[in-house]
Design a protein around this ligand. Sequence first.
Ligand SMILES: N[C@@H](CCC(=O)N[C@@H](CS)C(=O)NCC(=O)O)C(=O)O
Length: 263
Amino acid sequence: MLTLYHHNISVCAQKVRIAFDEKQLAYEGKEIDLMAGEHLEPAFLAINPKGLVPVLVHDEETICESTVILEYIEDVFPEHPLRPAAPAARARMRTWTKVPDEGLHIACASVTYASAFVHQLRAHHDKTQWEERIAKLPDRFRAARQKQILEQEFDAPFVRDAVLLHDKVLKDMNVVLGHQPWLAGDEFSLADVAIIPYVTRLERLGLDGMWADRPNVARWFEATRARPSFDTAITAFRSNAYDDELKKHGIDVWPLVERLLAA
Ligand SMILES: N[C@@H](CCC(=O)N[C@@H](CS)C(=O)NCC(=O)O)C(=O)O
């Protein structure tokens, strides 16, 4: 029995849902309401003390961290493989799955918070409530970052670096995708699974201008959206509460992003 604790628009949860669909694995989904702070309640902290989704529970085993979950399900369910067989392609795949863990994920959270979530949090919580919420976050670096963003929005110092990191990843993707259809080579793999949610997030924030001059990224993104797993794992989980807000506020920040990229 596979149980996934997740959230509809969580990028890390999207990765795992894409893999489940590509591998034709059935699972039971338990949605954790991040906006309501359900991930910081004792019941969820008992499952993941870091207070983060996704979490996979497979029979008696609890696995946190999306990249670890992706590798775990490949190990346990090798059918419909998403890991290339050849060692070199597998190494290329892992180079991409490390990209979110080595900075892109935090950068994505920073850009999303600074452009959209900050407005949603303010709409749902007064200052005392969001201070209480931040105080509960187990990861103090994450807490400090969220606090700064709530206070300074797009002017928070690390938001610029977050935008530039996205730009660098898109640039690297454009080069690699100039000579192969998918990020690790000829086959769709965990490399693509790991990156799709981050490009989708930029698109949902109305920041697709970031690859206007990167045709290989545009072609790859179209190809990922044409796969049934995109609909099952991402589109089917669209929510007006989150997605419409992302677009509404993202459009406001596009001129700021453009300015940062031009500087
Ligand atoms: N490195 C972790 C990151 C997990 C993570 O940051 N999850 C986000 C949703 S995408 C979350 O639970 N955020 C709650 C919060 O920031 O309070 C992974 O890959 O699973």
